[in-house]
Design a protein around this ligand. Structure first.
Ligand code: ZN
Length: 231
C-alpha cells in the first residue's frame, strides 16, 4: 500500500476549504473585536441576559483559557467563554457569547437537532476512532466486507457533522435575533455581529464537506475493490 494520488483529489479541496474557513473566522472575529457593541455589555453579561430573558436561570457562565474555545456543555449546564469573549464588549464578544447561550436555550427547550446530536456523541466518538483501523485491517486482509464496515463507521462521523449544521445555524439565528431585539447591539451593528457568526458557521460547512469528500473517496476505493479487482 503506497500513497494514493487519487486521495489528493479529494483531500486537497477539503483542506483548502477548511483553511479558508478558519482564516475567515479569525479575520472576522478580529475585525469586529475592535468595534464596541452599542450596549457596552460584556459577552458574559450579554449571555446571562439572553438566558434570563428566556427564563433560563440554571446555567453557569464561566471563563476558560484559550481563543475561540467557547462552548456550552449540556451535561453540567456550564457555558464556558474564552477571556476575550467573556470580558470583551465588542461585537465579536457579544455575538459569540450569545451564540453559546443559544445552545443553552436549545438544550433547555429540547431542540430536536441538539437532542439528536447529543445522542450521537458516544457512538460517533467510538466509530471515528475505529473506522480507520477497520479499513486498514480490511485492506491488509483483503476482506471487502470488513472495509465496508469501516466505511460505514466513518459514515457515522459524516452524519454527525451534518446533524451539527442545523444546531449551529439555529444557535446563531437565536443570537442574531436577541442581540438586536434586546438592544445589545444597535440595529446597524446587527449584520456586522452576524458576519462573525456566519464565518464561524462556514467552519462547520467545511468540516461536513471534508468528511463527505473522505467518505466518497472510501466508497470509490471500496467499490473498486469489489468490482474491478484490487489495486
Ligand atoms: Zn455553536
Amino acid at each position: 500500500m503506497g500513497f494514493d494520488p487519487v486521495y489528493l483529489l479529494f483531500a486537497a479541496p477539503a483542506m483548502l476549504l477548511s483553511f479558508f474557513a478558519s482564516m475567515r473566522v479569525k479575520s472576522a472575529f478580529s475585525k469586529y473585536s475592535k468595534v464596541r457593541a452599542f450596549s457596552g455589555l460584556t459577552g458574559a453579561q450579554a449571555a446571562l441576559q439572553m438566558l434570563r430573558s428566556n427564563g433560563v436561570t440554571d446555567v453557569q457562565v464561566r471563563k476558560i483559557s484559550g481563543m475561540l474555545t467557547d462552548n456550552y456543555n449540556p451535561t453540567n449546564k456550564v457555558l464556558s467563554l474564552s477571556p476575550e469573549v467573556h470580558d470583551g464588549t465588542s461585537l465579536s464578544s457579544v455575538g459569540v457569547a450569545c451564540h453559546e447561550a443559544g445552545h443553552a436555550l436549545q438544550h433547555a427547550s429540547g431542540y430536536t437537532w441538539l437532542r439528536l446530536r447529543s445522542a450521537m456523541v458516544p457512538i460517533t466518538s467510538i466509530s471515528s476512532k475505529l473506522s480507520m483501523w477497520v479499513i486498514l485491517l480490511g485492506c491488509t486482509l483483503q476482506m471487502a466486507g470488513l472495509i465496508l464496515i469501516g466505511v460505514a463507521l466513518f459514515a457515522v462521523g459524516f452524519l454527525f457533522s451534518v446533524v451539527t449544521l442545523p444546531v449551529e445555524w439555529d444557535a446563531s439565528a437565536r443570537a442574531k435575533a436577541h442581540i438586536v431585539n434586546s438592544g445589545i447591539v444597535s440595529p446597524e451593528q446587527g449584520s456586522d455581529a452576524g458576519s462573525v457568526l456566519n464565518a464561524a458557521f462556514l467552519t462547520y460547512i467545511a468540516a461536513a464537506a471534508s468528511s463527505l469528500l473522505t467518505l466518497l473517496y472510501y466508497l470509490l476505493r471500496s467499490g473498486a475493490l469489489n468490482g474491478r479487482g484490487r489495486n
